[in-house]
Design a binder for this molecule. Structure first.
Ligand code: T3D
Length: 258
């Protein structure tokens, strides 16, 4: 792949956006490669967690604006429909946890791809920008859905309209992201967190993700029914048996992701 590095470290897949000279902004080829990498994570049973990060000083600066206005480039509708929407659907639909390790600035679609992930961590010098309004666009990549649910309508509205840059610390304080690591610890700490997820009870985590996602639109009654169904399925996994046995035998569980 030209613009995405993909590697599997034991049961952790690492997807690294790799156009550092253009702050990992997306051209069509990179978006399609990203989709392919996430699909590979879905189909490869040995992958039990995914880490998405960026090469160089940025996480991702969103759409490559040179491509966006190029006569030969994809149309704006195509960019949203064929590039970003499938990436978001793939991340949300992946039956494994996805960690965004935001290693630098995350702007436009880059910010909203990060926020679509299950857990977002950032290096202290990273920042988040809903950069769309500055160029007359609306937040895409699920931003209008995700951001108000993470930080509340008022703050989301202001950030999306004003396009202010938010530091990683501010993002953590307002609940936009899970945790900030000092720059010197970020690489190790983010991989450690994702690796830990990759050794946990994968099906249980996938059901948790599914239930959380459904809760965005379900009534309480619907949610209680879904929890019953998913808990029943979780209770039928090898990992549930292993977790309980390990607890009773006072040892560390050896989960297999089944
Ligand atoms: O058709 C559509 O557009 C629909 C799709 C929409 C989805 C979107 O994501 S819209 C939002 C697009 N993104 C932006 O508007 C962000 C643009 N970038 C910036 O505002 C700034 O680059 C940053 C705040 C992210 C970082 O600033 P800074 O000062 O640290 O870096 P820089 O000097 O601006 O950028 C470094 C290089 O990356 C530079 O290239 P050069 O001059 O060294 O050759 C710059 O042009 C390039 N770059 C950064 N972002 C983009 C980009 N090139 C193309 N597209 C970018 N988005």
């Amino acid at each position: 792949m030209a613009f995405i590095q993909f590697e599997i470290l034991d049961s952790l897949a690492v997807i690294r956006m790799n156009r550092p000279d253009k702050l990992n902004s997306f051209v069509r080829e990179m978006a399609l490669e990203m989709q392919g990498a996430i699909q590979q994570c879905q189909s490869d049973a040995s992958v039990r967690a995914v880490l998405i990060t960026g090469e160089g000083r940025a996480f991702c600066a969103g759409q490559d604006l040179a491509e966006a206005i190029s006569e030969d480039g994809p149309a704006l509708t195509q960019i949203v429909d064929e590039h970003y929407n499938p990436i978001i659907e793939l991340i949300r639909g992946l039956n494994k946890p996805v960690v965004a390790a935001v290693n630098g600035v995350a702007a436009g679609a880059g910010a909203n791809i990060a926020l679509a992930c299950d857990i977002v961590v950032a290096t202290q010098s990273a920042s988040f920008i809903q950069a769309f309004s500055a160029i007359g666009l609306i937040p895409d990549s699920g931003g209008t859905y995700t951001l108000p649910r993470l930080i509340g309508w008022q703050k989301a509205s202001a950030l999306m309209m004003l396009g202010d840059k938010i530091s990683a610390d501010e993002a953590e304080k307002m609940g936009m992201i899970y945790k900030v690591f000092p720059d010197e610890e970020f690489q190790t700490a983010s991989v450690k967190l994702a690796t830990r997820l990759s050794t946990m009870a994968t099906a249980g985590l996938a059901f948790t993700k599914q239930a959380l996602h459904a809760s965005l639109t379900n009534t309480l009654s619907e949610q209680l029914t879904l929890e019953k169904e998913l808990q029943t399925k979780a209770g039928q996994t090898f990992d549930y048996q292993e977790g309980v046995n390990a607890f009773l035998e006072k040892r560390k569980p050896n989960y297999k992701g089944k």
